[in-house]
Ligand binder design. Structure first.
Ligand code: UP6
Length: 275
């Protein structure tokens, strides 16, 4: 899948969320996902309305929002239609199957109802996929496994990463890819030819003006992530909106445009090299 275009991959993909994401990427010529980690409803909506035209995907941490109300999800859905993007709640589930199924379907946030894509830590083993899939698969949702992390000293390396890939291979109807720092083709050797499977790799820890923060985050550029490491989607948070309060719309828009362009140029460079 590495050498194919997003459009070719969209045609071949059977999971509805993965297919829709690949189609959106192609249609908008954007492999940019903006991570909207702000605490106030108004800032959340303002950032999304501003970056909306430049993204394929909006990533949320809905539990950060201090003045959350269910109507916020309606606003989010309206913006997703207005600007043509999908929604990814970065929930990082990590519990037993029964518990994650409840956390995914219920509670205040009812994530499965509105989030096309969510993610999980593979640490509990395959049962976490079984639990989440019991809720998400009938709704046409997709799951990403955290095979690697962007942080300094991450424990998700080596055989842990390999096992994550094996878990994904065994559940290809629902697991559409990984949060990782590089393409996972060939990781955790298998007899499935990498032609048959197509895992999306979404990569956080992306920034153009900084190499990290004071809490262990590490940044690489869109070129390093998409061209050199073969990832599919760049996830950018503070690189686009800074601290997120007093959002200056003009700056946020300019940054979103900048990251969209950088991500797309890196992709075109990769495809040109391979074809
Ligand atoms: N995130 C990472 N690294 C990971 C997994 N997830 O940074 O390995 C998430 C964070 C945050 C976003 O939870 O929402 O990606 C990165 O934000 P930033 O660009 O502002 O650092």
């Amino acid at each position: 899948a590495y050498s194919l275009t997003y459009a070719q991959r969209a045609e071949r993909h059977s999971n509805p969320a993965a297919k829709a994401l690949l189609e959106t990427i192609e249609r908008k010529k954007s492999n940019l996902c903006v991570s909207v980690d702000v605490a106030k409803r108004a800032d959340f909506l303002r950032v999304i309305d501003t970056v909306g035209p430049y993204v394929c995907l909006i990533k949320t941490h809905v539990d950060i929002i201090e003045d959350f109300e269910p109507a916020l999800i309606e606003r989010l859905n309206e913006l997703s239609i207005k600007h043509d993007f999908l929604i990814f709640e970065d929930r990082k589930f990590a519990d037993i199957g029964n518990t994650v199924a409840l956390q995914y379907s219920s509670g205040v946030h009812k994530i499965a109802q509105w989030s096309h894509i969510t993610n999980a830590h593979p640490v509990p083993g395959p049962s976490i996929i079984v639990g989440l899939s019991s809720v998400g698969l009938p709704l046409g949702r997709g799951l990403l496994l955290l095979a690697e992390m962007s942080t300094k000293g991450s424990l998700a390396t080596g055989s842990y990463t390999e096992e994550a890939v094996r878990m994904a291979r065994a559940h290809r109807d629902f697991v559409i890819g990984f949060i990782a720092q590089r393409r996972m083709d060939g990781v955790g050797a298998s007899d499935v030819s990498s032609d048959e499977e197509d895992f999306l790799v979404l990569t956080p820890g992306v920034g153009l003006d900084s190499r990290g923060d004071s809490m262990g985050q590490q940044y690489r550029t869109p070129d390093e992530v998409v061209f050199e490491s073969g990832c599919d989607v760049i996830i950018v948070g503070r690189g686009i909106y800074g601290k997120g309060n007093d959002v200056d719309t003009q700056t946020v828009q300019a940054q979103a445009e900048r990251y969209r362009k950088e991500g797309w140029v890196a992709y075109e460079k990769r495809i040109a090299r391979l074809s």
